[in-house]
Design a binder for this molecule. Sequence first.
Ligand code: SAM
Length: 248
Amino acid sequence: MAGAKIRLCVDHPLGPGQSLPLTEAQAHYLFGVMRIGVGTALLVFNGRDGEWRAMVTAAGKRGGVLACEEQTRPQLAAPDLWLLFAPVKKARTDFIVEKAVELGAARLIPVQSDFTNAERIRPDKAAAHVREAAEQCETTFLPEVAALTPLPRLLSGWDPARRILWADESAARASGGATSPAALFASLAPGAWAILIGPEGGFSDKERAHLRSLPFVVPISLGPRILRAETAALALMTLWQAHLGDWR
Ligand code: SAM
């Protein structure tokens, strides 16, 4: 079926016969970049109603219309993993957002820590990266990107039933060595989790002391080398998925 591999994230509800008007950007992508036209089938999803096959019924430079035909996959929930991350430089933050979608995070919360540069995250741009990554990785789930939240406020209102795996770079330097990730994960139960990654400058001493005092925070070392924030996010989400998530 020509065009069926194109996946487009849309806002409208999806159902049999549902008409889906396209934005100018979507029309440009489908008809200008992908060079498809009326009569071509493609896949659409909106993060709520699963994935559907749709047909192009009108195509123009500034818009177009798709007709929803039949569901190709049901809506699936993401594993119960949130990613709390301090925004870093733009391209690296984009990378974190993209990989978080691919690795199945259910919610992304940019965190303002003592050493975070707060101007580095644009929630609208981050949401656009989420959509692009979801189109590409064939998920039907669209994680929400929350507003930048100061770390103390996030922690004071935190539901302790959701435990936080805190990537603690100081554990990597601890004399005598920290518990290995494999041993640590063997002691943890599946359920509601979040992963916390710091900025380029790491966490301040005050933040470390605060995090250590909280019973729902589990510090983890990611080995003897200091990783860039985006590497740490990728590594820890991978470990979580393999031990507690939907790769098991
Ligand atoms: N400048 C900081 C320092 O030298 O301590 C390093 C910060 S690191 C670039 C960014 C974040 O990645 C850290 O705050 C931590 O969350 C995570 N991270 C990096 N390497 C890690 C490691 N070996 N173990 C645990 N977390 C690590």
